[in-house]
Write a protein that binds this ligand. Structure first.
Ligand code: IDP
Ligand code: MG
Length: 162
């Protein structure tokens, strides 16, 4: 029976997604969460916080040499951010597809940045760019006990049995 199939969590990966202060202030929290949720990905961690500038610098440590680094860290720490961990098969790379290209002028329509943002410095959302970054960013933003392990009610309708 399809309803009784087992979905094994072993293939599920995790990614770190943040709604930046512009996305929060523009009232886009539900819109953004909804896109990940409707796709079939599962929310396993969420909180709202205003990161310090030092914390923002840690988050963007690989961009320290870029000319926009200071402004970027000022901006990320300028107001509340929604920090999330999403789970699912392929969620790291597909999450990036849902988000769209870094510069909203180049993001495809249908993506979050393509539909909802206009300039690169106000592109409303962050998503981990690979497995290693995802692990590091989740560890930076969340304590293990802040993440929830559960079976989603529709998982057996989203995945095939394996
Ligand atoms: P990503 O967010 O798509 O992974 P990254 O290259 O990691 O893009 O850059 C991190 C963030 O830095 C971007 O989301 C954007 O907000 C900002 N950023 C990137 N390039 C520029 C730029 O040329 N000018 C201003 N801000 C930039
Ligand atoms: Mg990046």
């Amino acid at each position: 029976m399809l309803q009784d199939q087992e979905v094994h969590a072993a293939e599920f990966e995790h990614t770190f997604i943040a709604i930046k202060p512009d996305g929060v202030q523009r009232g886009l929290i539900a819109e953004i969460i909804s896109r990940f949720e409707r796709k079939g990905f599962k929310l396993v961690g969420i909180k709202i916080l205003t990161p310090s500038k030092e914390f923002a610098q840690k988050h963007y440590h690989d961009l320290t040499e870029r000319p926009f680094f200071n402004g970027l860290c000022e901006f990320l720490s300028s107001g509340p951010v929604i920090a999330m961990v999403w789970e699912g098969q392929g969620v790291i790379s597909y999450g990036r597809k849902l988000i769209g290209a870094t510069d909203p002028q180049k993001s495809e329509p249908g993506t979050i940045r393509g539909d909802l943002a206009v300039v690169v410095g106000r592109n409303i959302i962050h998503g981990s760019d690979g497995p290693e970054t995802a692990k590091n960013e989740i560890n930076l933003w969340f304590k293990p006990e802040e993440l929830v392990n559960y079976t989603g009610n529709s998982e057996k309708w989203i995945y095939e049995a394996n």
